[in-house]
Design a protein around this ligand. Structure first.
Ligand SMILES: [Zn+2]
Length: 49
């Protein structure tokens, strides 16, 4: 199973449960207020975590 945003493998149990790596999770939290989910994923892909 990989992160849907950066395609990194989800290694920790926490990451697997959330379906996202911690790096992307933090980015999502930062961006959450300003963008909807689709915009968010595009921005994260551009940032290439
Ligand atoms: Zn990711």
């Amino acid at each position: 199973m990989n992160c849907p945003i950066c395609n990194r493998p989800l290694k920790s149990k926490k990451s697997i449960v959330r379906g996202i790596v911690p790096v992307c999770e933090r980015k999502l939290e930062k961006l959450k207020d300003n963008a909807d989910e689709d915009q968010l994923k595009m921005e994260l892909k551009n940032n290439a975590c």
